[in-house]
Write a protein of this length. Structure first.
Length: 255
């Protein structure tokens, strides 16, 4: 009997399952995002110290969380490619990279906007900010390396190796506020560090952004599978045409 992983490794089965899941995930993400935005910008109170700027937190924290989670997913997919040769591992890693870069950029942007009233500047070379910036460059590096290589097999392996080497940035980001003196506030854990009046909207936004990512990731994987299928069909068509042309030339020479 095939395991669930083996069944999902089949691109055809994955396409069938993702087609059923995608509308539900997208719908749930849209509903929770609308509800979360209402809670964040209309129902939750302003902070006694930060005022209305605290509302940036409801975008910044989910984006920061996803910037790390997505890279972890890429590293896990890269491990699956290099060790287990999972057919969908590279598809997953490739589809996740631009999404990770986008969420990391949003985390940096919203963090700068949030920090300006508190720090007096949009950017400081703080341990947390600098390590997240390195993570953003890692995402860009993964995409650039893949684009620079024409051989998709070689590109997949090299980007997988780079992703696994770069995974060391995740604990640095996580514990940077503990290891070094930093202006950045401690990590948000949705419990003791967040006021109860702000906890619900933050949690709803975190779940909404996570579902939004999974919806876009599934869509990206489906598009990549279709692209590879079209490329394979074109390659077969060109090979068949060349073979027929060679046969016709041989017959003409024989006559």
């Amino acid at each position: 009997m095939q395991t669930l992983t083996q069944r999902l490794a089949n691109p055809t089965r994955f396409m069938e399952l993702s087609a059923r899941l995608l509308p539900w995930i997208s719908g749930a993400a849209a509903i929770l995002l609308a509800y979360g935005l209402y809670l964040a910008f209309f129902a939750s109170p302003a902070d006694y110290q930060q005022g209305e700027t605290v509302r940036i937190m409801y975008i910044h924290v989910p984006c920061a969380w996803l910037s790390m989670m997505i890279y972890g997913l890429i590293a896990l997919s890269s491990f699956g490619l290099l060790v287990f040769r999972h057919p969908l591992a590279d598809v997953s890693a490739k589809a996740a990279a631009p999404l990770g870069a986008a969420f990391t950029f949003l985390a940096l942007l919203t963090g700068s906007l949030w920090g300006k009233p508190m720090w007096g500047t949009y950017w400081v070379w703080d341990a947390r900010l600098t390590s997240v910036l390195i993570l953003f460059f890692l995402y860009l590096g993964l995409m650039a390396l893949r684009s620079a290589l024409e051989d998709e097999g070689a590109a997949a392996k090299l980007t997988a190796i780079l992703a696994l080497v770069g995974v060391t940035i995740l604990p640095i980001i996580k514990f940077s506020v503990d290891w070094w003196n930093t202006l950045h506030q401690p990590s948000t854990d949705f419990t003791s560090t967040v006021d109860p009046s702000m906890r619900l909207p933050l949690l709803v936004m975190a779940v909404a952004f996570t579902l939004l990512f999974f919806a876009m990731h599934l869509k990206g994987m489906r598009n990549e599978i279709l692209r590879r299928r079209v490329k394979a069909l074109r390659t077969q068509a060109v090979a068949g045409r060349d073979r027929l042309a060679a046969q016709a030339a041989n017959q003409g020479a024989a006559e």
